[in-house]
Design a protein around this ligand. Structure first.
Ligand code: GAL
Length: 387
């Protein structure tokens, strides 16, 4: 009788284990499209945690890097680091773990509780290394430090070795700041300007000349000839700075320009189509959405021309960029002129619950435009080339 009972107990246990695993497996979704605004689960059924993301393509695989957020209001600080996911189809993402981990050592600038935002990774052909740059704010200092940080790895998924965080271009003049503009900036720095006006006049630029320029929302762009650029919101977020990276991508070269002085752009995302460089940015309203902007240039360090709001849709959609903010634009492997706009729908009071909005980029009168599709898939691009 006793052995019969034990046998029965074992079979019940087995049955439960079986049922549990079956229900667990069936809970995992296989996606065949992008569904916007929904929870987007990874291959283990967990909401993807890669905010302010960027995309790195290696062979036939996409690697999505992003801010690992935690639940609650302090979730916008970095308690884990930068996460990375991989996918071959762009719909289904495998969690590859923590690419860059925060430090326990209080002597490290990368200590847990600092702010790590908008990580981007590019591959350096010469050194055979992956280089990550990110917006870095120091623990307990809000957004005052305004640094850019660098880390490096031999493997795309990491672990990345943290190198340093710093202000940019201390004591170096940009290529496009003329003597008369400098003179004007010097004059204006003595005037009583309203908050925010200083950037357009170059007053914050002069203020920070010796300590280095501020660097907040940033991105990287790697050109076809392997020249790479760091694009960042500087001068109290009033002016963008585009800098050519050094050959090993581990530091900035001295070649750089100020773009749209006083234009108040952030969240920059760059892509290149048919020889032209396009940039999508947002305005400055913190976590709250605002109208996106777009611009074009013939050279990264050339003259940028504003193209206006790329969003096509209702007034509300245009005003809020579908309630989201840009983070990156990436090309689709194997398709011609196919680019995906990546954006975040932030949730600052529970950062981990932020959502991802990915939309195809279309062109209208030679301008990049973005329309809303609640659900779409990559066949979108095939149809486009047929037209
Ligand atoms: C946004 C920015 C985010 C984050 C946030 C903090 O404007 O794009 O990356 O820095 O401000 O308020």
């Amino acid at each position: 009788m006793k052995s019969f009972n034990m046998g029965l107990n074992k079979s019940v246990l087995l049955l439960f284990t079986l049922l549990f695993s079956v229900s667990f497996i069936s809970a995992q979704k296989t996606y065949t499209s992008f569904k916007l605004g929904d929870i987007w689960e990874d291959t283990e059924g967990v909401h993807i945690n890669a905010h302010g993301g960027g995309m790195t393509i290696v062979g036939d695989t996409y690697y999505w890097f992003g801010e690992h957020k935690v639940a609650g209001g302090h979730g916008n600080q970095a308690w884990v680091g930068v996460g990375v996911y991989s996918s071959k189809d762009l719909y289904n993402w495998k969690n590859e773990g923590v690419a860059l981990a925060v430090k326990k050592d209080p002597a490290s600038l990368l200590i847990a509780g600092s702010v790590i935002e908008r990580p981007k990774v590019i591959y350096n052909k010469k050194t055979n290394k992956y280089v990550m740059w990110f917006h870095h704010e120091l623990k307990g200092q809000g957004y005052d430090a305004a640094l850019t940080g660098v880390a490096v790895s031999n493997h795309v998924t990491g672990p990345y070795e943290y190198l340093n965080s710093f202000r940019i271009h201390a004591n170096v003049w940009p290529q496009n700041f003329t003597e008369s503009q400098k003179e004007h900036a010097r004059k204006m720095s003595k005037e009583k300007l309203k908050w925010g006006e200083g950037s357009g006049h170059g007053v914050y630029f002069l203020r920070d000349f010796e300590v280095g320029q501020m660097s907040r929302d940033m991105t990287l762009f790697k050109d076809d000839d392997n020249t790479a650029y760091h694009i960042t919101a500087s001068e109290e977020n009033g002016t963008l700075i585009i800098s050519k990276l050094a050959d090993d991508y581990l530091s900035l070269s001295n070649e750089y320009i100020r773009v749209f002085p006083g234009g108040n752009n952030e969240a920059p995302a760059i892509f290149k189509q048919k020889g032209k460089y396009y940039m999508i940015t947002s305005g400055l309203t913190g976590w709250d959405p605002n109208p996106a902007r777009s611009a074009v240039a013939n050279e990264m360090l050339g003259t940028w021309e504003s193209l206006g709001n790329p969003v096509r849709g209702t007034e509300a959609e245009k005003k809020t960029t579908f309630r989201s903010q840009s983070t990156y634009v990436f090309p689709v492997i194997g398709k011609k002129n196919a680019f995906v706009f990546m954006a975040d729908r932030w949730n600052p009071s529970n950062a981990i619950d932020g959502r991802y909005l990915w939309l195809p980029i279309e062109f209208e009168n030679n301008k990049p435009i973005i329309k809303w599709f609640p659900e779409w898939d990559l066949n979108f691009f095939k149809l486009k080339t047929k037209n």
